[in-house]
Structure formats: C-alpha cells, structure tokens
Design a protein. Structure first.
Lengths: 337, 337, 337, 337
C-alpha cells in the first residue's frame, strides 16, 4: 500500500498513519519528498480496508499495490484458461456460441429452439427456467419441468446447456440439468450465492453487473475461485450509462481489458447489451472482432410472441445470417467457430 | 400505450402493429398526422412488454401511458404514507434518524453504540449481523448472536432496531429481532427476496441500487406491496457515476423526485452515499434540507478500528454535533427531529 | 407533442395546458382514458420548449413526436449520404481509414508520418496544429506552420488531410490547408463554431461529446446542416462512464444507432475511445465489424516520445498489422478498405 | 510519480521505464517488493504525460503524486479565498445569492426582474445576452443591447451583474457591462477562452462541465489562474448520469469536495442542476445546507412564457419563499445571507 500525504501534513499526522498501519502488521517505509511524504506499507492483511487510512487527517490518497484478486489475475495463469466441457473448449482458438430463447416456454418451443440453435452452428443452448421478473404479474418460468424439457431437447441435438441459477437453493437442480450455471448480472455481488457455487465442480458463467467495473467483476470471480471452483467464464452484458437509445451500453472494450487483466475466458452478450434485436448482429460481430472467446445471444422461433425478451431475440434467419458473418470475422482474428 | 410510427411508415407496417396489439387485448385508436401516425392502445395487460412493439418495423418510439407501478404511486395515497412503529412515525412531520455501526462486532461495542445513538437523539439503531463481503477473507458478521446482542442493547436504551436481510431464509430470524428489515442496494431487484418480504407484516426499508433509476426503485417497492406489505420506506444511498472522489454520487434530488412520484417515505444514507466520513455531515444536512423523511448513518465508538465501513463511520462527537445542525435544518423546512 | 396528464388531473389543469399550447399555435386533440387524459398538440413551432409544459401542474409526461432534427434524419435521405472528396468516398461500400499523429511536431516527424500512413493504406492523414491542452504548460501546437508542413507531406504521398478547428476565427486557415475540418468532442455544442461551419462548403467531421447522447450529436449536425453544409461525417470517440480502466467507454453501439437514425456516415475513433494503445486494435476491429464507415486513429513513428497522446498512438508495425485485419473484417461485412 | 510494475515484470522492462523517466529529468528510486517493484520518479516536468508510462510493457499502474493543479489547491491558501466585489464577499461567512432570468428578453422584463431579484434579497443579478441554442431556430439573445438593459436595471436596484461569455472576442464587451464573467459548462475546457480570461482582472465564475470530475474542474481553474487572474468562483450545475427524471444529476457532494481540495468559493446552480422548477427549492436548500458559498438560480416574472429555460425558472413567490428558508438554513451552518 502506498499512502501519499498531503502537502503540509504534520509529523503527528504522519506518525498516526504509521502507527495505525503497524497495528495491522504492516512494515512501513517512509520517503520524504520536497512536497509530499509517501509511506509504503508492506505485509499486513491483504483485505485490509484502505478506506480507513484514506480519510485520516493529512492523507492525500492511498493506492493499493497488490491486486485484491490473485486467482483471477492473468499472472496466475499467463497462458490463459481453457474450460473444457465434453468436446467444447472455451478460451482457446474457438469462438463458442451459446444461443436460445430467453425462457423455456413449453416443449414445442424448446424443441424448435434446439433445432434452430443447432442448425446455426452454436454448440451450447441457453434458456431460463426461473424468471423472477420486474413485474410480479409476468411469466415466472417453468422451473424444473422447463429444465427437463431443455435437457431433452439439447441432448437430441447434442448441444450443451447453460441456464441461470437465481438462489443457492437451486444449485443442485441446476447442476443436475445443465452443463454451465449462469450467474445473472443482478447477482454478480450476491456473495452468498457465489460462495456456494465455489463449492461445486461445474463451470460457471458470471455476468458483469450493470454498475460494476471490470475490476469488481474479477473480484467476484475471485470470490468463488477461492472456494476451489476454477472453471469460470466471464460475460460482458452492458453497463448503465446516460445513453438510453439502447437499454444498456455494451462495453466491448471490457473484452480486451479482461483479457489483459485475467486468464479467464470472456463472452459477449449483445442481446442484453443492447436490448434491441436490430442492434444485436452488429454488436455480436463487434465482440468477436474484439477477440471475445464466445457469444451468448437470444434467438426465438417467433420473437413477437416470446414470453420474455422478445424485443432482443433474433428471428431464426437473422441468426443464421449472423453466424455466417461471425465465422468470417473469427477467421480475421485468427480463430474459428 | 402510444406508438409513434416513423415518418414514411407503410400501411402494412401500421396494420401489423395494430394486429399485434389487438392480439393482446388492446383497443387501438389511430391518429394520422402530416408526418407521423400515432396509435393509442387502451386496455390490454398492464405488464405487456412494450419492447416487442418498439423494435417492429416502422416504429419510431413507444410510450407507456399507465405507470407500471400503482400501489407505490403518489396517486394511490395523495396525502402520503406514515409508517408507525411504536411511537415512532416515519413519513410525517418528524425527521427520523437511524444510526449505529456498520456491523455488530461484540457485546461491548454494541452496548456502547446504543449509548451513543441514544445520546445523540436517534430513535432507531442500525447494525448488521450478516456481512457477506466483497473479499471472502473479511469479517462476515456474527449472525443470530449479533442480532440478540443488538436487540438487548437497543431495548436497554429504548431504541428501535433496523437490520439487513440478505436472503429469504433469513426473514424469520430478522423479523424476530428487528423492527424494520432492510433490503440492501444489491438486492433491490432480488425478486425472490422481494416476494417473500411481501408476505410478512413488518416494515421494510428498500435501498436504491447503484444503477437503478427512481422509477425502478418504485417498481421494486410495488413488487412486494403487491404481496400486501404496504409498510415500505425507501432509501437513497448513492448511484454510480464517473465521479470517483466519493465512492458513489449521493443523488439528493432523488428525495424530492420520490416525494413527487410516490406516497412512500424516503430516507437518505449519506454514509454509503459518499463512502467518506468527511463528507457525511454535509450530505446529511443536504438530505434533511431537501426534505428527507429520515437519515440513516453509521457511527462507531472507534471508527479507525471498525470491523467494516470504518472510513464512512462518524466519530461520536461528529455525530452529536451533526444532530444539532440537523435539528435546526429540520425546523427550517417545517419539521422536527 | 403528446401530453399525458397525471391520474386525477383536474379539469382546470387540463384547460390550462390546452390554453398554453393554443397560444403557441398548436391545435389540441383531447383523448380521455379511464385513468389518464392525453392531449395531442399538432402544428406550433418545431422548437417549442416542451419542458415548459412538463413542469405544469397535473402533467405526468410530455413526448415530442416530431424529431427535433430533420436534415440529419434517415428519412431525409433513406439511401444514406456519401461524402466525396477527390476519389475518396465516405459513406458507401468503402471503410475509409484516417491515420496520423496527434500533433504535427516538426517537418521530419510529419514526413515520416505520411510515409507510414500511406504505407498502411489509409487515404487520409490526421494531425493537429492547434493543441490548447488541459495543462497550460504543455505543447500548444505549431499553428499555420504545422498545417503547411502537413499539407506538403500529405500531397507528396497523395493523402487527404483532416485537421481540427478550435475556433471560428481559424476556419479560413483550416479550410485552406485541409480537406476535412474536424470539430472536437469538446466543441460539439459550441454553437457559434457550428453556425460558422454551416456557411462554408468543406466537409466537416463532428465528434460526439463525452456526455452527449446520439440524439444530441444529430442535433448538432442539424445545426450546421441548417446553414447549408450537408457534407457531414459523424464520429464516435467514447463517452464518460463509471468504468475508468479505459479513459472513455468507446460506445460501439453508437455506430448502428447512428446508421438507423441518420443518413450521415459514422466513423469510429478507437484512440480517443480507449486512450490506451493496447486497446486500440481490438476496438478498431470492433468498429469495422459493427459497420463503421471509417476509422480514425493515431499512429506515430515513436509513440514513447510523442509530444501529445503518445499513450494512445500505435507503433507503425501495430498499425500495419491492424490494417491487414481490418481489410478481412471489412470483407466479412460486405465492404472493403 | 509512482510506477507500480506488474507481478513478473522483467528486469529489461523495468530498465526501460527507468530510462524513459530519466530522459525527462526524473530521479528514479526503486523499491523491490516480494510481488511488485515500485519506481518513484522525482523531479521532471510537472505536466509529463504519465499515460505514456502506463501503457509500457510490464507496467501495472501509474500514480501521480504531485497534483496537476497548484494555484487552485487548498494548500496554496489554506484559509480559503474571499472574492470581493464592491461590498459583496464571496467565500466568507455569507451565502451569496445570484438570481434572475435565463435571458435578457426586453427592457420591461429585465426591469421587473431586477425588482424581483432585489426584493428577495439576492445581491447579484444573472441574465444572458448571448444564447447560442441547441436549436438554430430558437431565440439567440439580445447581445450588447441586452447587456446595457441589464446593467441599467441592476444599477437602479444596486445589484451586481453576472453574465456569460461564450467566446474570447466577447470578453471586452462582457467585462464592460458585468461584474462577474461566467464560463458556461460547455466551455469549461475551452482552453482558448480560459487563457484569454486569465489575462483580465475581473472575477470569473467557472461552471463544471456535465462530464467533468471535480479534479478536472480544478485543472480548468488552474488554467486561467496561471495567467494571473485569481478571482475565480466555481459552480456545480449537475452532471450527466443514467437517471433522467431530472435533466442532470445535481452533485451536491461536489460542494464539500471542492472545499476540501481547493480554497476557491463554490456556488450551486439548482436550476441547471435539475432542469425542473419543482425540484429547484429543495436542491437550493440542500446546497446551502451542504455549505455552498452561494446559489445561482433562475427566476422569471412569467416562467410559462420565458424565452428560454422557463421550465426551470421559479415564479417570484416561489423565490421569495425559498429565500426565507435559505436564510434559516444558512444560520444552521453558521453563515448568513
């Protein structure tokens, strides 16, 4: 930790900081400049709350030196992580596509979805079984029955399954039916859920919260990696900004930033990232061009009548056309789909 | 619902929208202007997803007319709601102050806290028993034992208790020990939790998420009011913006906005709103001056050694001095503490 | 204009709104629903300030129907605009690349730059001659001498020139030496400057301000198009958000949004969009994949010693490699470089 | 400057950074920790672009130690600056109120305005003479004639005058008619204008841009203080965030933040900060309660027919009532109006 004292900080103020740091086990090195004194704190607890120092009298600013995340950091695995599920690899030279409807609605819909998904060339089918929605009057999902239907449909077309877990009590159920458990953006900092997911041995896809920095996303990943589950996929799905033509601002630059800071694979979700079907193809292409390890997107056989997220679900033909473009772009960046 | 068609929208496009709306039970009125055709949809499901219409061909924009929230709207109770707990009223002419440490740390600390809180004149003591933290290595709270300690300390000083519920399974426990259940900012859209809280008959304080608009806050309130629990207090605690000197940007204007749109009381939390002890007094004063129905803030007998949130906890003397200022400001706006 | 009255708005409130609208020449149609009365205002001044209505008693919300921009709207030229300068076309099937240093530093540097730019295949050279910087002590640009040097270097390599105009008094000078005049992000709403640029007949590239919505960008374009200058290129260069690993958040989705709402060409600037050289290649690729009509980026023969913006300037080899990737991606979206 | 190297940075990478810093005159101190090497750079140019270092290979992060602003920093004048104009002092124990219409519209209006302003107890009248507006079809201001009218009206009621300067060429005109020159939010980083204003000897009020941090505001103040003009008043007027019920988010916390970091007086502008008349009184009260040195607000004898900004202009009675409240609140924080 580096503590920069204000210009004119008194010796008593400096001593108080030094004392406080030593209390928590830090060795303190002092460097007196013409204008500012800088204190370097070494050792001490890694999760020490630097905020306590930053509001003490005479302090100008405090910088952590050691990243608060270690297991998620690039340095932990410089060559990058590859998550293997059956014969699908996420994080290597392939761009993995996950596609499907927002919700599992009924058997017919999910069977048709599996056909569409497989036909377009995606390897993983998405679909939600638990849909606690912003309106209490909206469709809330089919629960376990929906998971069964999706598993059957996916198996028939040899697809993997990804589905969202909303609560720790649902973990066994989701783990039984799906290959990847998704943590939604609103749960990115639901630490109870993260801790429980750290105990299982199934891949997890963690979505960035709409108000979370990339560093906070990595901290959440660290949270359950520290429990021993290292099969983590990250997902950029849009952040909240003042621009409101799109529902969120899809932060494409988060893709190379994650790849610089972490060894974990990063997937782009242009459906939630934009909230508008007419923006999904261009943003899916952008994500692949930026180097994403995968794309997750919503496609529906009849988006105008989808039970949820119809506005951002692609028509089947749009999806097929887009997959063709993504293949070309993947090639341009040295990958393949 | 009002659907504004693009300049040059074709008759076929218009007919398709009309048909889609009628399918869902809307009566459609058409008004053809020189430049734009406007369709008014009346009736239909209140939770109809207008997004589906907004991405259809030829549509310029769609506006909901009827608010997606009803029970939380000012029109539902134009005179404003007053939540009564014992002899404390929240929402009337009093400015209610809630104060206390971030976490219950041990018996001695919480007893001292109760003394400080009561001495300053606050009526309600705050304190957390479950602290799932961003670092998995940090203090995680004392759980039920902490709640017992806080209840005892509060009772001794005749204070009410507010404490945070993190998960639906904790509801009975929290309901047993505290007078108000707090929903944290990260759980503002945890609909599973909101639904369960709608079933109990205890006052709840709902905090605004860091990326949530005021309208979304009201939608979340609606969520559990629809379950029958009308004793809801709202809380502004800062939003995420590009300014990073403060941890969040404390959106003081949310206070009058909530009071215009809703009948529910609104409380300001300058501790989380700024994240810095040196900014808390000015922001607490601002919130009261803006008309807040209450203030919740962190105070600790020894902030430099608090187990959590020390940086934003007031020293006891700061808290006493601030309470004096708040009394004067409350008077200036026709209220009292 | 559509005025939605609040639930329970009184007849007197409604009459007051009707009267106010009629004063300004609007015909008013009234539609009374079960819950809300809606007033439709037709005619009246296009620049009528709807804010005045929105704060009147009893008003819930006001929606403009007619876009505040007309000349910049897609409907004005549905097939899209192509700006022709010599044999370069911006807005058609080509992706036009503009590259060069942030500032013109001296003759040697700008001559070397021209060689690098031309070698990579860009058609337009960028370079600034006026650099009023955030620090008053930094390099402020070479002025006219710099423009002369850049023109000479560009002519030698048959490149077009784009350079920024900071103030209306500089217009004749910039118009004499460059083929496209750039309006910087900070001047996007400098209406004095916009008005003067509306009077000349040179192409202008207008950069989006860091706090401007796409709609506001189009309004600024309208500003000088209303003066008769229709040769406008728009440029996305990053918006200000809470994420601060990158200097700005490069809003790639602005590219398809502009293309939906407007007929004007849109160019991406990944250099300012990210502020970091290591993020520029991925974001340049993303912009082309998203359908951008062009890319503007900074390249320098020795970025570590550039007088300005060195951190976001590419090394020549990075630029060459990137151009190769961009050519492949352009093909994938049906264009060429 | 502190340069923190990445975990695993090579000796060659470290040497390259050291070399680059020494080139620019820095002395470099090296401190090798178990995980990270930290380089401290002392001396060198104060405006050295640290970005160049931050993108070099092996660098984790770079922190400036010395503030980029000196003259605007609190340390330069720890007791705080007081700007004296006639018998008005800004920055001391008084809360100075500036009020008046958005634009000077005609003689009758500005005379009535002067009466209203004076009656309420404000000492300074505001009013704009140059109004380059977002719509090219809107009222553009009366120019010099408007300034003459305002000066005459203000003199009759013994009020000071503040008015906005849009362009360097207008400086002599504005300086002739007004006591304080205002720099609008859009011009906060118009460095040409700032430099010219640094040469005159009239007080200037600098408004924070909607996407500017407080630190950037101070940097802009530094810009013209470095020219010798030390009579600077800062103004918070709202920042751009995702919340759009209000036009901007009025960042009340900027007031104590400025007072901590700088010695310059800070004024709040709740009219532009909210954009809505119904939110102005509560936000004006909040700003005074937070410790603002002044308030600037719009008041009009007939806001529903104001030529500009009618939606955010107070009715005279609202203004009178508000002034009464502000006096009480000022007292509560140890000041007076």
């Amino acid at each position: 930790m580096l503590v920069v004292m204000q210009e004119g900080a008194t010796e008593a103020q400096i001593q108080k900081i030094v004392g406080r740091l030593m209390e928590d086990g830090f060795d303190v090195h002092r460097s007196s400049g013409v204008v500012h004194t800088v204190l370097g704190g070494v050792g001490g607890k890694s999760h020490f709350d630097t905020g306590i120092i930053s509001v003490m009298d005479g302090v100008k600013e405090v910088h952590r030196i050691v990243s608060p995340y270690k297991l998620a950091a690039r340095a932990f695995k410089p060559e990058g992580s590859i998550i293997k599920i059956g014969d699908v690899e996420i994080g290597g030279d392939k761009v993995v596509v996950m596609a499907g409807p927002c919700s599992v609605e009924n058997r017919d819909q999910i069977e048709r979805s599996a056909d569409i998904v497989a036909e377009g060339g995606a390897k993983i089918m998405r679909g939600g079984a638990f849909k606690p929605r912003s309106s209490p009057y909206s469709f809330q999902g089919l629960g376990e029955e929906g998971l069964q239907m999706m598993r059957a449909a996916a198996d028939r077309r040899r697809l993997l399954v990804i589905s969202e877990v909303m609560d720790a009590v649902q973990i066994p159920l989701l783990a039984a039916y799906s290959d990847i458990l998704q943590i939604g953006a609103r749960n990115m900092q639901n630490f109870t859920l993260l801790r429980e997911l750290g105990k299982i041995r199934k891949p997890v896809m963690l979505k960035r919260g709409p108000a979370a920095t990339v560093e906070e996303l990595l901290l959440s990943a660290e949270y359950f990696m520290s429990g021993g589950n290292y099969d983590v996929i990250l997902c950029e799905r849009g952040i909240r900004t003042f621009e409101n033509y799109t529902r969120n601002t899809f932060d494409v630059s988060a893709i190379p930033v994650v790849q610089k800071l972490s060894h974990l694979p990063i997937v782009g979700d242009p459906s939630h990232g934009t909230g508008r079907r007419d923006m999904v193809p261009s943003m899916a292409r952008a994500a692949v061009a930026a180097g994403a390890d995968g794309i997750i997107m919503e496609v529906h056989h009849d988006p105008d009548h989808a039970f949820s997220d119809g506005a951002q679900s692609l028509f089947p033909e749009q999806y097929y056309e887009l997959m063709g473009q993504l293949r070309l772009i993947a090639t341009a960046v040295g990958k393949s789909i």
